[in-house]
Design a protein around this ligand. Structure first.
Ligand code: GTP
Ligand code: MG
Length: 416
């Protein structure tokens, strides 16, 4: 662990110095006001496991070993947070304790230290956020508005960084919404026109089968149904296969079930005369280990099976990030954003598309087949308009504490 003391004129300058010297993984351990500004103790490679060995004590002893180190240690002890002082006591006590002696009071103290550290971090985040409110009120307001829209913190910060500090708040908001829209990737193709082999993957119940049925119906409106083939790889639930079979019957399209990559190859061989083949996959929890099997099934030599990921606009940011993390193994090349009619914010799902450079191909805003599916390409303005409308009507907005948690840790720079 490398502990450093930073003195700067204000918290912003201290954060910048910490980031510059220790990098963004640095942890702030304490801060206090000094006549000349603010003092922050920060550490890198902070490792809780140090409590279980002599690491910290060695470091402290090492510092104390030479003369300059001794004064550093004095200084450290003078300025260190109570948590670090306690941590040092524990570490030293542990070394002194005979082998095999239980350390339950220590571990409960370790928990307290962790809580204390969390508390300090929260307070520092609060300080930094208040600092931003004072020094860059327009930027703070933009971050507040972007949070209400549901925009991811990193993207919100990047967007806010693009706005000059002397920009008026209304103009800044216009600028930022326009930039957000420009950054949103939208697919310009429609599989119902181009054809191809597409598998729709995604978490349970997001509307994969319904979206597939909508795309199939759009295709049939433009082409002959003889050019359409439907496949289900959902071998886990009879009801799911039945759902697709019902759509296939209504459209009078052939539908097959494939259990493995070999099976899928056989079915695709049989569908070689089809312009569009749509593959419905099983709805599984993103934590289900069988998902990997399903992705393997879609890997068929000699066939370009393209995947699109369906996600619900109503899912919270954590769920969306987890879904992306799991389903990226299926190498999706676009998104279908479903349940727009049920979402309370749109910023989360739009941030997902931006962050992963994954173009949105379709938007689904209802259960009707095929009326409630739209190509996303001409809907950029519509999406932004709806995102703003939802945010304006949102019953709650992130409170100051939440905003400090989201942005206080990130530091900020005032633009010229
Ligand atoms: N409100 C709304 N409901 C939708 C939308 N898309 C699908 N649904 C409904 O969501 C429910 C689940 O849809 P499915 O298409 O079965 O979802 P799925 O992802 O295939 O589900 P699993 O295969 O079980 O994972 C159904 O009741 C659909 O009618 C939409 O855009 N808006
Ligand atoms: Mg389904």
């Amino acid at each position: 662990m490398n502990i450093r003391r930073f003195v700067a004129t204000d918290m912003r300058a201290a954060l910048a110095a910490i980031r510059g010297e220790l990098g963004s993984d640095a942890v702030m351990l304490s801060s206090r006001k000094l006549p000349e500004g603010v003092e922050v103790i920060a550490a890198i490679d902070y490792d809780d496991s140090l409590l279980g060995n002599a690491g910290l004590a060695d470091q402290l002893a090492g510092i104390a070993a030479d003369d300059s180190g001794a004064s550093q240690l004095d200084e450290y002890q003078r300025v260190a947070t109570p948590s670090l002082a306690i941590e040092r006591e524990i570490t030293l006590a542990k070394i002194a304790a005979p082998a095999g002696e239980t350390n339950s009071p220590e571990s409960s103290m370790a928990h307290e230290i962790k809580d204390l550290r969390r508390l300090l971090e929260t307070q520092l985040a609060s300080l930094a956020w208040n600092d931003m409110n004072r020094q860059a009120p327009v930027r703070a307001r933009l971050l507040r508005e972007l949070s209400k829209l549901g925009v991811d913190s990193t993207i919100a910060m990047e967007l806010a960084d693009e706005v000059p500090n002397d920009c008026g708040s209304q103009e800044a908001m216009r600028l930022i919404v326009r930039r957000f829209g420009e950054r949103l990737p939208l697919a310009t193709w429609d599989m119902a026109t181009t054809g191809g082999i597409f598998a729709i993957v995604g978490p349970t119940g997001v509307g994969k089968t319904t979206s597939l049925a909508k795309i199939a119906a759009r295709f049939v409106l433009k082409h002959s149904v003889d050019e359409l083939g439907l496949i289900s790889t959902d071998t886990y639930r009879i009801g799911a296969r039945q759902q697709l079979a019902n759509f296939a019957r209504i459209l009078r399209s052939p539908m097959h079930v494939a259990e493995s990559a070999q099976d899928l190859r056989r079915v695709l061989d049989g569908f070689s005369n089809k312009k569009l083949v749509l593959i419905d996959t099983a709805g599984m929890s993103q934590r289900d280990v069988r998902l990997a099997n399903q992705f393997t099934t879609l890997n068929v030599d000699g066939y370009d099976v393209r995947t699109v990921l369906a996600v619900s606009a109503g899912a919270d940011r954590g769920c969306l990030a987890e879904a992306m993390n799991v389903f990226k193994a299926a190498k999706p090349e676009a998104l279908i954003v479903t349940k727009l009619d049920e979402a309370s914010t749109l910023g989360g799902v739009l941030s997902l598309a931006i962050r992963n450079a994954l173009p949105v191909a379709y938007l689904s805003d209802g259960q009707r087949v095929p009326e409630d599916l739209h190509c996303a390409a001409p809907k950029r303005f519509w999406l932004l308009h709806n995102a703003l409308k939802l945010s304006a009507n949102a019953p709650t907005a992130p409170d100051e504490h939440e905003l400090a948690e989201r942005f206080g840790h990130m530091g900020f720079a005032v633009n010229a």
